[in-house]
Design a protein around this ligand. Structure first.
Ligand SMILES: [Zn+2]
Length: 305
């Protein structure tokens, strides 16, 4: 590909990803507060002011406003900026690694669902079935595009899904019996099944290992953060959301943000009880393995040949 065209594609991919990240952050908050994702203009939940075009520019909007609402001065969580940067980086990596290919198209359609699952799971410890079904439907569509090897692609996907989804289901049922409580959420198992379809057997296993490593690191940080957040609720000023102990009311009244005060961290801390959402780790691991899984496996196998 021509260098100029390549740079142009990268810039477009980053902007598209950042815009998508901004939208998904808003969509996750609206999902939590049971609002329509597509209806109603973006507004500050603190003062209700409809946001202008400049306020909505991904990444730069947050930087120019220095993380505060232009109209009421309340804090805009850094998670908005982080999600936009991750969205931009994700699409940039897709284009850099896959170029303009069918594989890139599949990952580009998977990425928003994975991001939204991660964002919602972080807020609610739930994974919406609709998003898992979207991934399964996307897999069904992608079979049609695998001319000549559709059956192999389908069977490999099914084996991968059964291995990680089915395997983890059995493990979680056994763990539930031993622990006397739910060890792995049903949403996690369904998500593993859905992403296993795309990854096939070997990449699914690699994804599971990667997800466990990410999950352990994330879980340690999550619990540490939650503990720190829980011991210092009085530190919240009038301009910040108080660390309410009423999870449901905080979820319904405070999370309807577009670019405003949405202390995702506080909500996560409120919902944690020695548990943490595993969905984000699965989503990140799936994205990594969709792009780099085959290369990693080939590299590993070459060590023995
Ligand atoms: Zn405001």
């Amino acid at each position: 590909m021509d260098t100029a065209l390549r740079i142009y594609m990268c810039v477009i991919a980053f902007i598209l990803g950042a815009c998508l990240g901004s939208f998904l952050e808003c969509a996750a908050d609206r999902y939590v507060s049971r609002q329509s994702v597509f209806r109603g203009r973006s507004h500050c939940t603190a003062c209700g002011h409809v946001l202008g075009v400049l306020d909505l520019i991904p990444i730069f909007g947050w930087i120019f406003l220095r993380g505060k609402c232009r109209y009421c001065g309340k804090r805009i969580p850094a998670s908005c900026l982080v999600t936009e940067l991750i969205g931009g980086a994700a699409y940039l990596v897709i284009v850099l690694w896959c170029g303009l290919s069918f594989e890139a198209l599949i990952v580009a359609f998977m990425a928003p669902a994975l991001m939204l699952i991660a964002l919602i799971d972080l807020r609610t410890m739930e994974i919406p079935n609709g998003l898992t079904l979207y991934l399964i439907a996307l897999f069904a569509l992608s079979i049609a595009a695998h001319y000549g090897e559709a059956l192999h692609y389908f069977l490999d996907g099914l084996i991968g899904a059964a291995a990680v989804g089915g395997g983890l289901l059995i493990v979680s049922l056994v763990m539930d019996k031993i622990l006397g409580r739910e060890s792995l959420g049903g949403g996690d198992v369904k998500l593993l099944f859905a992403v296993g379809l795309f990854l096939g057997l070997w990449r699914s296993l690699l994804m599971l290992i990667t997800a466990c490593i990410i999950g352990i690191v994330f879980g340690l940080g999550y619990k540490r953060f939650a503990r720190r957040d829980n011991v210092a609720p009085a530190a919240a000023t009038d301009n910040e959301k108080p660390a309410s102990s009423d999870t449901s009311s905080s979820a319904s009244s405070e999370t309807a943000n577009d670019k405003s005060v949405a202390p995702l961290e506080s909500e996560a801390a409120e919902t944690t009880n020695g548990e943490f959402p595993f969905g984000p780790a699965i989503c990140i691991a799936t994205f990594i393995c969709m792009l780099f899984g085959s290369s990693v496996i080939n590299m590993y196998l070459s060590l023995f040949m």
